[in-house]
Design a protein around this ligand. Structure first.
Ligand SMILES: NC(=O)N[C@@H](CC(=O)O)C(=O)O
Ligand SMILES: [Zn+2]
Ligand SMILES: [Zn+2]
Length: 437
């Protein structure tokens, strides 16, 4: 599908607003918006579908290098394009760990070769994710990949002095530290959200305050150091309270010091799903209570939570289809994220399509400092776009997803909202359920 110099989207509604218009794309850029009489090499009929800026995922696990049996940069890129994404941030917990420029440049280059989505490597904060020695953040930031986000995700940067140093380096380099907030001393052997459900099922608890205490500590440090902190996969109502407080006391431009993401699964699911003991529901941080999920939805609508990030975490059958305690935490999310957002936020009236553009595209692009993503839909802007049928419903089938692993907690669920097409700088990267160029 590549090589198209001129393409028309017919009858689409930017941000779901107003009457349908046509969009002429020439050489990767939006050339006309309105009624387009020009012919084109490719025409996509929108039939009134919603046009949004391409989605940006700040948190995805692509598993290459090391676990290509579960996901590769190529297969994950297909899943991303099909999910409406035009940029993803690939977490550093690979084998080898992405804690140096050799690995991050490799990930970047493989992403460019696949060419379906911009794959931005996340650099590790500490060598080997061991939490003890800072990685060479400057080397990764200055390399071809130009790493802008650093995280030990999968692990918490628990040592406060290491975290302090990381925040200081991040300020000097103008990059962001994304923290997986989990006080490890409070989650030894933890299997599920600490509460009545875990107690009844006999699963060791992962208390809410193991997350909240780290978020509070890190917000205090970021505030006093003037550093930028991004909080990964917020899962509790208490963390929302801490973030609301931290954002209110930010004396620089609001929202510059601390930002936060929420996953689709923490918006939709809760720990009542654990009754079946199906490890497909095992994830880190764990599914919390229904009232936590409600607080997360309200906070996303309010802006206390900045964006949605998938934490797409593919795992092999043998690592998921086993007894609960032995199963790896994590769930696939790239192809279902938009639908879960439509289900939990758009249908109940918590977000309109402008709001979806904000939480799925504009804010994540801002947080990571991507200049050409999350842009307005306007003449002269890059044609990096996602076309969504808001009324379509579909049944999730793990086996039909583009990821190599199939661990989805939404198996058999009927979800609303479907990605019709994804464009990356004018190239059609997904269309009618097929990814490619
Ligand atoms: N979320 C998860 O449950 N798992 C992630 C690691 C992480 O995001 O902490 C993974 O790499 O599988
Ligand atoms: Zn994590
Ligand atoms: Zn993760």
């Amino acid at each position: 599908m590549t090589g198209t110099s001129q393409l028309v989207l017919r009858g689409v509604r930017p941000y779901g607003e107003g009457d349908p218009v046509d969009v002429l794309v020439r050489d990767g850029v939006i050339a006309e918006l309105g009624t387009v009489d020009t012919g084109a090499d490719t025409t996509i009929d929108g039939n009134g579908a919603v046009l949004l800026p391409g989605f940006v995922d700040l948190h995805t696990h692509l598993r290459e290098p090391g676990r290509e049996d579960t996901e590769t940069i190529e297969s994950g890129s297909r899943a991303a394009a099909l999910g409406g994404y035009t940029a993803v941030f690939a977490m550093a917990n690979t084998t080898p760990v992405a804690d140096n420029a050799l690995v991050t440049d490799h990930v970047w280059r493989r992403g460019q070769e696949a060419g379906l989505v911009d794959v931005h490597p996340v650099g590790a904060v500490t060598v080997g994710l061991d939490g003890e020695k800072l990685a060479e953040l400057g080397g990764m930031a200055a390399s071809a990949a130009g790493v802008r986000v650093f995280s030990d995700d999968g692990h918490c940067v628990a040592d406060p002095l290491i975290m302090r140093r990381a925040l200081e380096y991040a300020t000097a380099l103008d990059v962001v530290i994304a923290q997986h907030a989990e006080e490890p001393r409070l989650t030894v052997g933890a299997q599920a959200h600490e509460g009545p459900t875990a107690a009844r099922l006999g699963l060791a608890g992962w208390p809410a305050f193991a997350e909240e205490s780290i978020v509070a500590r890190d917000c205090l440090m970021a505030g006093q150091l003037g550093a930028r902190l991004h909080v990964c996969h917020v899962s509790t109502a208490g963390t929302v309270d801490v973030l609301r407080w931290a954002k209110a006391r930010d004396t620089t431009a609001p929202g510059t010091q601390v930002s936060a993401e929420v996953t689709p699964h923490h918006l939709l699911l809760d720990d009542s799903r654990l009754e079946t003991f199906d490890p497909v529901n095992k994830v880190n941080p764990p599914l919390r209570t229904a009232s936590d999920a409600e607080a997360l939805r309200a906070a996303l609508a309010e802006g206390v939570l900045d964006c949605v990030a998938t934490d797409h975490a593919p795992h092999a059958v043998q690592d998921k289809d086993c007894e609960w305690a032995a199963a790896r935490p994590g769930m696939c999310g790239l192809q279902t994220a938009l639908s879960v957002v439509v289900q939990t936020m758009v249908r109940p009236g918590l977000l309109d399509w402008r709001g979806v553009a904000r939480v799925m595209s504009e804010r994540p692009a801002e947080i990571a400092g991507l200049p050409d993503q999350g842009r307005p839909i306007a003449v002269g802007e890059p044609a990096t776009l996602t076309l969504v049928d808001p009324d379509a419903e579909w049944t999730v089938r793990g086996a039909e997803l583009a990821s190599i692993a199939h661990n989805t907690p939404y198996e058999g669920m009927v979800l609303p909202g479907r990605v019709l097409a994804t464009l990356l700088r004018g190239n059609v990267t997904a269309r009618e359920g097929r990814a490619g160029r």
